[in-house]
Design a protein around this ligand. Structure first.
Ligand SMILES: Cc1cc2nc3c(=O)[nH]c(=O)nc-3n(C[C@H](O)[C@H](O)[C@H](O)COP(=O)(O)O)c2cc1C
Ligand SMILES: [Fe+2]
Ligand SMILES: [Fe+2]
Length: 386
């Protein structure tokens, strides 16, 4: 995929369209890109490598862009293998390259590679700069904007922020699709737990004059930066992005699902414009997690199972805990045939979350939705309105 950055900054990343699951967990129907950039100046600097799955293709891009020149620096923003996976190969090709990272980078790097670091590293601290000639790189630490060693780099002559995994998106670069949908799924599932760290990074970025953001996955952002940065601010502060109710259900034989659909109908009749119903047993869990964070309200509807709740609901709630779900109103609907246990199981997890208000009443149905349950459904719907 040909991507233009500027005369002296080349995109040398690669698309991966055959990956089954990103991080062994996330479906990527349109693939994913591993972005890597080369800055050509008096000195040459490579901004990250790519996943080992794509080393060969990337190596060809790198050689073509260097056109016979030596490589002076490799800036390592992040050691996760989707970006650092080709470092060993790079050092075989360019044994004289200097590795630029922070103290944490170099303490973790030997865990991944057998590389002699002596005399090969340039250790940078917060706010320090490296001149390449006309281009100057300044480094800002972004600990836990995915991993502890993460740092971002600002190039001041072209006003580019190399943002590591921040502002990343699923989808290969030749995919035409809405940025926010797949960037949001990426953000909440991958970085979501670390909102405070992203907030800290956004505060640093606010002091920089940024014309372009070059992330490690997905498109280079050149326009509408206020929109993208604004969404990151909303997401990382755990503020809902939209008004609406997600109803996530876990149903074995379909009756809990029917109750969830009925509740959706009642909410719509009561004027809630956006109601999304998701089947946790079948839909992409990461997409449902994304919606849980997107909307200001959620209802969890689960069938009782072995004294607990049907496992896909337990899994969903575990994911929400892991991603620090908070600041939302949540309603509960349970189903059970002989001794319903789903409700209290779900409630116990929700009660561990920060600033989650549980809407009353919790609704219990016995096997199938009956006329006698309607008053309770109405009452729960009313409690979800405010
Ligand atoms: C393996 C298994 C375990 C179950 N465990 C419980 C239970 O502990 N308590 C209970 O009341 N119902 C239990 N049930 C019954 C279901 O929760 C109940 O039939 C419910 O109505 C199913 O709703 P659904 O039609 O949405 O699947 C269990 C069902 C299965 C298949
Ligand atoms: Fe990462
Ligand atoms: Fe990544």
């Amino acid at each position: 995929m040909k991507v233009t950055i500027s005369d002296n900054i080349r995109y040398i990343g690669v698309d991966d369209k055959t990956l089954d699951l990103f991080e062994s967990q996330y479906v990527v129907p349109n693939g994913v890109s591993y972005n890597s950039y080369l800055i050509l100046d008096e000195k040459t600097a490579l901004m990250d490598t790519v996943d080992a799955r794509k080393t060969e293709e990337w190596e060809a891009n790198l050689k073509e862009a260097l056109a016979g020149r030596a490589l002076d620096y490799l800036v390592i923003s992040h050691l996760e293998p989707d970006h650092a996976g080709s470092i060993q190969r790079l050092l075989e090709l360019y044994p004289d390259v200097k590795l630029v990272g922070n103290a944490k980078t170099f303490s973790m790097l030997p865990q991944f590679f057998d590389i002699e670091l002596d005399g090969r590293t340039v250790t940078v601290k917060e706010g320090e700069s490296l001149s390449l000639g006309a281009h100057t790189l300044t480094f800002y630490m972004a600990p836990m904007v995915h991993w502890p060693e993460v740092m971002v780099t600002y190039e001041s002559s072209e006003k580019i922020l190399f943002s590591a995994d921040g502002f990343g998106k699923f989808g290969a670069l030749d995919t035409e699709e809405d940025w926010a949908c797949e960037a949001r799924r990426y953000y909440f599932n991958i970085v979501g737990k670390y909102g405070a760290s992203v907030q800290a990074l956004l505060k640093k970025a606010a002091g920089l004059d940024i014309a372009m953001i070059c992330p490690l996955h997905g498109p280079i952002l050149k326009e509408n930066l206020a929109y993208h940065i604004g969404l990151y601010d909303t997401w990382s502060s755990y503020r809902p992005e939209n008004s609406g109710v997600l109803i996530a259900y876990a149903s074995i034989h379909g009756n809990t699902g029917k109750a969830a659909e009925k509740l959706a109908e009642i909410l719509r009749q009561k004027g809630v414009e956006k109601v999304v119903v998701s089947d946790l047993a079948r839909e992409d869990m990461a997409e449902v997690i994304e919606d849980a964070f997107r909307y200001d309200r959620m209802i969890v509807a689960g069938a009782s199972y072995d004294g607990g709740v049907f496992p896909c609901m337990q899994d969903f709630l575990n994911h929400l805990v892991s991603k620090a779900y908070q600041n939302r109103k949540v309603g509960i609907l349970e189903n059970g045939s002989w001794g319903p246990t789903a409700g209290r199981t779900m409630k116990a997890v929700l009660e561990t979350m920060k600033n989650v208000t549980i809407a009353e009443p919790m609704v219990t149905i016995r096997s199938t939705l009956k006329e006698e349950n309607m008053a309770d459904l109405e009452a729960l719907a009313d409690a979800m309105l405010a």
